[in-house]
Design a protein around this ligand. Sequence first.
Ligand SMILES: *Cc1c(COP(=O)(O)O)cnc(C)c1O
Length: 363
Amino acid sequence: MSKQIYNFGAGPAMLPIPVMQKIRDEFLDYRGMGVSVIEISHRSKEFDEIINRCDELVRQVAHLPDNYRILYTHGGARMQFSAVPMNLLPLKPAHKGVYSETGEFSRQANVEAARFGDIIVASSGANNNYDRLPPFSRDMVPDDASYAYITSNNTIYGTQYSEFPDMGDIPLVVDATSDIFSRPIDFSRVGLMFASMQKNLGPAGTAVVLIREDLIGHAMGRTPSLIDYTTYDKSHSLANTNNTFAIYTMCLVMEWMKEQGGVEGMAKINAEKAGLLYKVIDGSDFYAGTTFRDDRSNMNVTFTLPDDDLTQKFLQDALANGLYALKGHRAVGGIRASIYNAMPVEGCRALAAFMTEFERTSG
Ligand SMILES: *Cc1c(COP(=O)(O)O)cnc(C)c1O
């Protein structure tokens, strides 16, 4: 094993080391077949076992109810910014979608959706540079809306819903790309949840959609078949050649998550990890968190230093200490530590210790 590096990159993000070791070990010879998992047919019995196992693990690990379907879709999360309105707006004649804009990804999502129907941004944090979650509740959503939309964790700004709003009869759509399976999910409040894989699940380019079955089958007439959820549902996501390597990797990640105690286990570990970093920030006049405390994220911890020179020095010294990819997004500046499921507690302990030492010597 090479020198220990902790990767705090926002995405593509680190994967659990045992998962990557397993991939390496199986890569040239998948279970005695003499060929690689990326060389076998998506219609083979071996791949069928992989995708079925992945489904089974999602149901077990995340407690997905029976009336929700699992779709493996092309094009990452951003393709869902189009797929959601194309599939769900026709649920009601007004073709209305209501969005809470809590960051760049929900902004992109509502801009894209506006190409397809009547899109309302009912709440927005734009005036506060998205440093908190604006209120978003059922009474802000008209009765003729087809769906209400949130981003559960705002990857760039470092905010996260501690619980989902209760939208009652209106299906809630959740972009959970940066926090899926990081904690238990209250599916009674969710109509559709999607996440691209590269933060908590596997490689980039593919997404998982968890959808209540009554929401399938309503797509606009001209929806491309590979964007229509019905196509994925009817073919077990294999209408064409899907990204078999991504699904295989996700399956291994789900096995790993099960060993960590499922979403309950992950939630506990994730709270501990974030707590180590927030403790340093809260106890310091040198570091300043960029978000409101009640809304801060357990996945992306964002903070600033007193000036740009110190920020640059922090990044350089951190890298020299094996702490990689801590630069904040340009929209916020400062530092962002992305600590998704795969980041071990030791990584956060190492960063917390580094922060304390850096403040002592440079502060
Ligand atoms: C990373 C991210 C996206 C973009 O994902 P792509 O797969 O690159 O389209 C969308 N939403 C959220 C919340 C993200 O964190």
